[in-house]
Design a protein around this ligand. Sequence first.
Ligand SMILES: [Cu+2]
Length: 155
Amino acid sequence: MRAYFPFIALAAPLALTACGDPAPTYVDQAWVRLSPNKDTPSAGYFVAHGGDAGTQLRGVLTDYALKVEMHESMNHGGMMKMEPLQSVDIPARSTVAFAPGGKHLMLWGVNDTAIARGKMTLTFLLANGDRLLVDAIIQKPGAAPASGAEEHEGH
Ligand SMILES: [Cu+2]
């Protein structure tokens, strides 16, 4: 004879309250592909994840490069062309990837200290007022031609 166990605990409704903060927009998977030539810009990539409310990415700042711009590579009749982006929509609960061949950051003059450390902090400015600080991994070029003869500029 089996005992009858009423599933009181399991049947109790989950007490989900509506008092939680809305999910914020965030950025991850940030990395910088370092240019082999100091005179040409490096490229930066990342993934933005929209929160419960849509917003826009208005710009990216860093203390570790002279200048950062948002760009998009586009195919104009077989010719790849880059155009600057002033603002990028991050719709609610969606993913916007900055990836090779598409949207990307261009970074001029990446700081030597950051290169030596292998990462740099980027600040993402959102239209909702949030500033997201994200560490980007710096990926050095595969073949560094002058690694044994690097120049140290005096200050
Ligand atoms: Cu570009």
